[in-house]
Design a protein around this ligand. Structure first.
Ligand code: DC
Length: 221
């Protein structure tokens, strides 16, 4: 039996944490598709590519050897041209620019191709923005995770503060709101729930509760 679980939603809704735990619980593979856009962004910044030039971005994305492996806890380890960039793609600088790169249609085509190939193999939990609508439109389970803007900003702030970054909540709220706006207003596969997605508002839920809810939905009625 093939089981594919698509988890979409805005930044900071808890998708990656929940998706990884659900995958572990159900013995499925896990793919964090946002990490792929982040990896392209990291290299675009390093190589000073003009982020507003779609052709330049496409050339860069096509030239990178992007590999996603599974770590010991099921987490994604991201390699670009053999370099482990798992940490480097989570900096505030990448956060601030990734939505611009992710709206480039040519970059999306290249990333979605890889994601669809992984989806076809089945037995996978994938999280992103367009998984239920575009990457795995025939997934058996589709979840749309949300949380209030303030709660999402608080979660991202806690993650970054733990890494020693100095940011405040107001700044985080503004950054997340700006990313949501670009992600949901872009022309190519914007962030939106699939028609048959189950909506889960995680504002007042613990990670454990979110994971239980998704596992129950996957188990069916
Ligand atoms: O989930 P994340 O914050 O790591 O995502 C990083 C960016 O990539 C975010 O701005 C939206 C974009 N993204 C996307 O457009 N499509 C996906 N399937 C996953 C992420």
């Amino acid at each position: 039996m093939k089981l594919r679980i698509a988890i979409d939603g805005p930044a900071g809704a808890g998708k990656s944490t929940a998706a990884r735990a659900v995958a572990k619980r159900l013995g499925l593979a896990y793919l964090d598709t946002g990490a792929m856009y982040r990896a392209v962004t990291l290299f675009a910044l390093r190589r000073k590519v003009n982020l507003h030039d779609d052709k330049e971005l496409e050339r860069l994305a096509a030239s990178l050897d992007l590999a996603v492996k599974s770590g010991k806890d099921g987490e994604n380890i991201i390699y670009v041209d053999g370099e482990d960039v798992t940490e480097a793609i989570r900096t505030p600088e990448v956060n601030r620019h990734v939505s611009i790169v992710a709206k480039c249609p040519e970059v999306r085509v290249l990333m979605v191709e890889k994601q669809k190939a992984i989806g076809r193999a089945g037995n996978v939990v994938m999280d992103g923005r367009d998984i239920g609508t575009n990457v795995m439109p025939d997934a058996e389970v589709k979840i749309f995770l949300t949380a209030s803007l303030e709660e999402r900003a608080r979660r991202r702030l806690a993650e970054l503060t733990a890494k020693g970054e100095k940011l405040d909540l107001e700044q985080m709220i503004a950054e997340i709101a700006a990313r949501d706006k670009i992600d949901s207003e872009r022309e190519c596969s914007p962030l939106r729930p699939a028609e048959d997605a189950v909506h889960l508002d995680t504002t007042n839920m613990t990670v454990e509760e979110v994971v239980d809810a998704i596992v129950n939905i996957a188990a069916g009625p």
